[in-house]
Design a protein around this ligand. Structure first.
Ligand SMILES: Nc1ncnc2c1ncn2[C@@H]1O[C@H](COP(=O)(O)OP(=O)(O)OP(=O)(O)O)[C@@H](O)[C@H]1O
Ligand SMILES: [Mg+2]
Length: 367
């Protein structure tokens, strides 16, 4: 395991394409997302110019993370990663994994310098002002988004608490794997989206992954993340409300009711409330983005994550955001291995597979 600074160099997703000379045909790339409700593993292979998903596993977990996403049950996380490896029959030993939550700070800042060489020093100096943790306790990385005018650069800075990185690296290592890249979930979301869709450079899209514990939001245009947010609201909040309002004995009872095909009226109302909360949240993000003149107008909203399956989600969110809303299809351009995966199977896993696919793509970027 490298030093904190060494690891810092690999936190950030590559935001713009570049020439990759290290492409090895047939090599596999593995993405691992440790989520609040499940551990997901994806293996991709590059086939001429396109991607093929050759393995996928989604292993449910319970209460492995605290509300702040600290790993509170390491043994169960290790077990779930090993289960995912054996269920998917993935033999690779290196993965790209991700972090999200209050231990991760992502900030776009504009920096003026006399010449580009000064940029790095200046970024670290300026970043200190935005980081609510002791600078000695965090790993910092940044990526230049664009030169706004001569010698003025917009950069996205990522700071992650070292002890938080160590917890995740630790469970991955204990499961017998090495972390090649530690990415941030919103960048994985963007990476997967951009590998499947083309958006004109003068338009922005909002992509939101509605998970169990939080909703990861990014507004991006022309390959650059212009606004990002981790809203602490997801499927667990809804299940808790169902359990409380219907006075059900366990969380699992409420979860089973929530994801059933026909929802009892009271449950449907609670789920619909969730859709309104998310619609409000996404509208607020777009309003902030517009008011701050962060980039071109948002022309569409894309949703992913298990929470995007909630009944009524698309029309309700659309009422709030006023632009077309659809579910991200990670298999728009990425193929599933036809020997192992039917179209029906791919459709059934799509929303939850988006972030781990983005991570696997990123694993190749770093080769
Ligand atoms: N049909 C459905 N209706 C409503 N919610 C659903 C449905 N199916 C799954 N979900 C919810 O999706 C959530 C799981 O989604 P996902 O796997 O993307 O989350 P996660 O990655 O574990 O969480 P996080 O990203 O916050 O760490 C659960 O809260 C689950 O209840
Ligand atoms: Mg998730």
């Amino acid at each position: 395991m490298g030093s904190a600074q060494g690891r810092a160099g690999s936190i950030l997703a590559r935001l713009k394409g570049g020439i990759d000379l290290s492409f090895v045909l047939g090599r596999s790339y593995v993405g691992l997302s440790i989520g609040a409700s499940s551990v997901k593993l994806v293996e991709l292979r590059k086939k001429s110019n396109s991607w093929m998903m050759t393995a996928y596993a989604n292993i449910p977990v319970e209460e492995i993370l605290s509300d702040q996403r600290e790993v509170v049950n390491a043994a169960n996380v290790v077990f779930a990663i090993q289960e995912a490896l054996s269920a998917s029959k993935v033999r690779a030993k290196e993965v790209c994994s991700s972090l999200v939550g209050s231990g991760v700070i992502i900030k776009n800042i504009t920096i003026s310098v006399n010449n580009k060489k000064e940029l790095e020093d200046q970024v670290y100096w300026e970043a200190e002002q935005y980081i609510p943790f002791d600078i000695n306790d965090v790993a910092i990385d940044y990526q230049t988004i664009r030169e706004t005018k001569k010698n003025e650069f917009e950069v996205v800075v990522v700071a992650v608490k070292n002890d938080y990185i160590d917890q995740y690296l630790g469970v991955i290592e204990d499961a017998g794997l090495q972390t090649r890249v530690m990415d941030v979930e919103v960048f994985a979301l963007q990476n997967c989206f951009e590998s499947n869709y083309t958006v004109p450079p003068n338009e922005a899209v909002l992509i939101a992954d509605i998970g169990a514990m939080s909703t990861k939001v990014t507004i991006c245009a022309d390959g650059a993340p212009l606004f990002t947010k981790d809203a602490p609201y997801g499927g667990i909040n809804v299940t808790n409300e169902i359990q409380r309002e219907l006075k059900l004995p366990t969380f699992v009872d409420a979860e089973t009711l929530k994801i059933s095909e026909t929802l009892p009226q009271e449950v449907a109302e609670i789920v619909s409330r969730m859709c309104h909360v998310l619609g409000t949240e996404l509208k607020r993000s777009i309003d902030f983005y517009n008011a701050s003149n962060l980039g071109p107008p948002v022309s569409a909203v894309y949703l992913s994550g298990g929470g995007s399956r909630a009944q009524g989600m698309i029309p309700i969110v659309q009422e709030y955001v006023g632009v077309p809303v659809q579910i991200v299809n990670p298999f728009e351009r990425i193929q599933g291995d036809p020997k192992k995966m039917s179209q029906e199977y791919l459709d059934s896993i799509a929303p939850e597979a988006v972030i781990p696919i983005g991570l696997a793509i990123r694993a190749r970027d770093k080769t």
